[in-house]
Design a protein around this ligand. Structure first.
Ligand SMILES: [Zn+2]
Ligand SMILES: [Zn+2]
Length: 116
């Protein structure tokens, strides 16, 4: 089967592919009536699914876990080192967070970043 909007082809003999096809058509960038991706937990929505996956929702029951994981990934293989590089990475994340959530007091973030 092919997407009627962008022509992208899917092998719909497989159930999984058919599901992917259906969701692609709903969200296809060429579809004038495309559906926005929505956060499972809050009212946040975006046409770009990458924005949705980047959106770390405070209402997510795993919020703290995910936040810790992201910070862990950030420090990754080199371990938690208080180097200048790490500091600048952290502050960038922190700034990104504040830019995306200007109305939120980043108290949870503060907890993780205290000591800098
Ligand atoms: Zn398409
Ligand atoms: Zn959300």
């Amino acid at each position: 089967m092919k997407c009627e909007f962008c022509g992208k082809g899917y092998n719909c003999n497989q159930k999984r592919e058919l599901e992917r096809f259906n969701s692609h058509v709903q969200h296809c960038k060429s579809n004038p009536n495309r559906i926005k991706y929505k956060c499972k937990y809050c009212d946040y929505e975006n046409l770009d699914d990458r924005k949705i996956s980047a959106h770390l929702c405070e209402l997510n029951p795993n919020y703290e876990k995910i936040l810790k994981l992201r910070i862990a990934n950030l420090n990754g293989k080199s371990g938690w080192k208080h180097s200048e590089k790490t500091k600048s990475k952290i502050s960038k994340i922190r700034i990104d967070y504040l830019l995306k959530n200007p109305d939120k007091v980043p108290y949870r973030i503060e907890k993780y970043f205290s000591g800098f």
